[in-house]
Design a protein around this ligand. Structure first.
Ligand SMILES: [Fe+2]
Ligand SMILES: [Fe+2]
Length: 317
């Protein structure tokens, strides 16, 4: 593969998926949202992409009421897709999950202990941190969890660490969600600051969001089930059936990208197949600039001519 720009390929590619909220028996969420098709579609998109995805990270609220059947159905959908993609699965606890059902349903061992785990993806470490409080929807971390995390982070990983937890250590633009935020964030900041944690992946808010925590970028993935409209009138909480998405995470040596991928049905309107890239790869740098960047190239003139006629085949002259 020819390097077309200034950056070599990402060292790791990960899919970040959140808040599937499956119910037992295939019941619809709120009696109206079928939670399965958007997730199935998301996994189909990841498979179709042919990206070298090494892990699927699910940042919590996997099952809406922690029913065993919901976890079983989730596994029956995710595991075959992950095997086909060649990706590991990293599960993270959310406030709608319950530790006994989560640990039994996903790991075959029922326990009430916090569900904290470490997964190595080559040189990249992914830490799944359980930010839930039994019986409540807000988040918190026990002293014992913070001690464990400090111990794990004492030894850096070759490609650094991604910390995955359900409750984002950030303010919430939707005011009422502040009641359900991660408490005592400062104590987590004291543990992660200055370590090899390069990114924090979270969910819980049901809308895509990014921020900084203790000098570390935080990326919140929206939900696959339903989303929360961050532009709803102040003081209200508005869940909507639309704009569901997942994130692709590209990990470079000194940079991490988070790309939002909608998982609703979409209508293709433009583009070209991978054969075009193959042909561009055979050209010299200067030829590629002329062929693809110049506004007067035959290729770009074809683009202009095809405006309004998306079926036109874009062939590189
Ligand atoms: Fe959720
Ligand atoms: Fe949540």
């Amino acid at each position: 593969m020819v390097q077309l720009g200034q950056f070599p390929p990402a060292r790791h590619v990960i899919a970040h998926i959140s808040d599937t909220h499956f119910l037992g028996g295939g019941r619809e969420l709120y009696g109206t949202v079928d939670t399965d098709p958007p997730l199935v579609h998301a996994l189909e998109l990841l498979g179709r992409s042919n990206l070298p995805i090494e892990a699927l990270v699910f940042t919590g609220d996997l099952a809406d009421l922690a029913e065993p059947d919901a976890y079983a159905r989730l596994r029956s959908i995710v595991e075959p897709a992950a095997a086909k993609i060649g990706a590991e699965i990293v599960w993270v606890m959310g406030n709608h999950d319950e530790r006994p059902a989560y640990s039994q349903g996903l790991f075959g061992h029922e326990t009430t202990e916090p569900q904290d785990r470490v997964e190595m993806i080559g040189g990249l470490r992914i830490i799944s941190l359980d930010s839930t409080v039994p019986g409540y929807h807000h988040g918190a971390l026990l002293d014992s969890q913070l001690d464990w995390l400090r111990d794990v982070l004492a030894e850096p990983a070759a490609d650094g660490t991604l910390l995955a937890l359900h409750h984002p250590p950030l303010p919430s633009p939707v005011e009422i969600m502040a009641i359900l935020e991660l408490q005592n964030m400062q104590r987590l900041a004291d543990v992660v600051r200055g370590t090899d944690v390069r990114g924090i992946l979270a969910g819980h808010l049901h809308h895509a969001m990014s921020g900084m925590f203790a000098g570390i970028p935080v990326s919140v993935a929206a939900a696959t089930c339903y989303t929360i409209d961050a532009s709803a009138p102040v003081g209200s909480l508005l869940g909507v059936d639309g704009a569901q998405s997942i994130n692709l995470v590209h990990v470079y040596d000194d940079q991490i990208l988070h790309s939002v991928v909608p998982v609703n049905e979409t209508r293709p309107v433009s583009g070209f197949p991978d054969s075009v890239l193959d042909r561009l790869g055979q050209l010299s740098f200067e030829e590629r600039i002329e062929a693809f960047s110049s506004k007067t190239s035959t290729f770009n003139l074809a683009e202009v001519e095809s405006s309004g006629a998306p079926e036109v085949d874009h062939t590189l002259e």
